[in-house]
Design a binder for this molecule. Structure first.
Ligand code: CDP
Ligand code: MG
Length: 151
């Protein structure tokens, strides 16, 4: 199995609810190696590039606002972007993160423990994690410059 890298983002709901520490703790305890970290104020351009494959989904415009912190007002509407490296890390991190819908995520996962469905209908699922190798490569290149990773 090849060594992979994956992108994790503590989303604006996770920042507002002070869940960065516990999310990182879960990832630490699962044994993943962090090789990059930065706080980012997400621009409209970054939001669109990151989620471009979902552009035709009915929730896309809401997702653009959500990831830019429009619904969770924190200092500079920041998120925390992280890169983890390891064997099969993309799939393994997804297991630790849990299903997209926090109501369907396993209780012990990050989303299952701390996520909720907003009363407005969108998911406040605390963290993003790359879905596959192609997405991970694209996303890491989008969020990080090569020199910003311990690689
Ligand atoms: O994040 P993940 O890869 O698990 O799910 P996705 O299908 O790639 O969707 C990206 C994000 O869109 C989700 O994490 C949610 O924040 C949001 N979403 C939503 O709010 N409502 C949905 N029905 C589906 C996705
Ligand atoms: Mg996805």
């Amino acid at each position: 199995m090849a060594i992979e890298k994956t992108l994790v983002i503590i989303k604006p709901d996770g920042i507002l609810r002070k869940l960065s520490g516990i999310a990182i703790d879960r990832l630490d305890n699962a044994g993943f190696e962090m090789i990059g970290a930065k706080v980012v104020s997400v621009s409209d351009e970054l939001a669109h590039k990151h989620y471009c494959e979902l552009a035709n989904e009915p929730f896309f415009e809401t997702l653009m606002k959500f990831i830019q912190g429009e619904f969770h007002d924190t200092y500079k509407k920041k998120v925390l972007a992280l890169v983890y490296k390891g064997e099969n890390v993309i799939e393994e991190v997804r297991k630790t993160v849990g299903a997209t819908n926090p109501e369907k995520a396993e209780p012990g996962t990050i989303r299952g423990s701390f996520g909720r469905v907003s009363t407005k209908g969108y998911y406040e699922n605390v963290v993003h994690a790359s879905g596959n190798a192609k997405d991970a490569e694209k996303e890491i290149a989008l969020w990080f410059k090569p020199g910003e990773l311990l690689d």
